[in-house]
Design a protein around this ligand. Sequence first.
Ligand code: UDP
Length: 480
Amino acid sequence: MNTLSSLNLVKSLENLNPETPNSQATYALISVHGDPTAEIGKEGAGGQNVYVRELGLALAKRGCQVDMFTRREHPNQEEIVELAPGCRTIRLTAGPVEFVTRNSLFEYLPEFVEAWLNFQQQTGRNYTLIHTNYWLSGWVGLELKSRLGLPQVHTYHSIGAVKYRNVENPPQIAAIRHCVERAILEQADCVISTSPQEAEDLRQLISQHGRIKVIPCGINTEHFGSLSKQVARQKLGITPDAQIILYVGRFDPRKGVETLVKACANLPDSFQLYLVGGSREDGADLQEQLRIQALVNKLGLKAVTVFTGRISQALLPAYYAAGDICVVPSYYEPFGLVAIEAMAAGTPVIASNVGGLQHTVVHGETGLLVPPRDFQALQSAIHKLLEKPILRENYGNVAQNWVQSRFSTSGVAAQIDELYQSLTLSTFVQEIIQRQKLTPELEKQIQNLLKSKVLKSSEIKALEKLIDSFSNGIVQWATS
Ligand code: UDP
């Protein structure tokens, strides 16, 4: 008689218990265009880079081995960077070793796949799961999944159908992107939506099929909440009585900086506007930054506006803490890390009522939500908070607690690790089902259990029970 326990499945299940740190798993996070170790805050480097890096570090802290794969963009870049024990960035060569915009990267993806497979072969590393980020990496993941049968988890970070919804002439790549985004949803083992809004968009605009699990983005709340306002202002040379309106992010028309600048013109209060973010010398973001600078000058705001340039993650907590209000005026925002980073620093947020921001900023509790593109509504909201310091303080305190309880990296990584473990288990059991000849009823029973949805801890326990009964000889394999 052959039992599942003889194949050590019960032991493996013990290792896969989601409540305990996961010391067995080796995960590949793939982020073709978003290097987790890049300088954040310029074209091509924003929230995705931070998401991947923070997730990798948090998983490694839980005992997992994590390799984060990205594309090499400069000859001086090291191929392998160890960020922490168990967490590395691996830069693969695919296409020219220089910055390439996202819209031009698709043609180099087959090279990326080959480079990934070569790396795996040369190092003998066995990955148990791949987690892809953005549609370009999603394509790579589908390819690897079909060749190696690895379970694939995907995070979209942005959806073409939403991004181009009101765009008259979308780039040529948009049609390919749409097909790939649909294939990912239907074929990956699970897609992570970072907000309920994104899950709804995927269902309505991409496909009715495929698994979706909502897990928000996480941030290092301790890092962003590490400074008091007083200390932060001393550090940055800002006087205690200044009223600071803060924007943090890339220069991209969809970020809505134009609406913020217009809202600040004719604001009755005295204030300073800090625009934090950099641009590439030859990038599209430089054009946008120059356009905003011209608008600032035209509206007579030059004397009160500070363009800080790109600020490192190490120094950003000081800016968030020094601000009286952080404004996130985006027209479209899949998640919006900046909003939770600001709230973690105890700074209330005024954000557009779009995408993930509707779920991270609680209107009337952690800040205010206003309609996108409406500079007058934004102006009233800014005025309301600038003239009421106590309200600001209350919102800031609630915001800090809210972010700590919902969006800390360790909590988010635990949820993602649990998802990985359930999918790894599912693949593992499928392999066993294929290797062994089961009675049709037994196979059906197990298949149903696995198909039910992404397994939760309670379901893993149910499966464990079933397997226990195999080991006790109650259920027997059909022998050949
Ligand atoms: N950021 C930074 N330095 C800057 C400006 C922005 O490190 O000068 C970071 C910011 O802390 C945040 C990310 O860039 O983590 C922006 O992420 P978000 O999700 O808000 O927007 P995205 O860039 O993904 O559209």
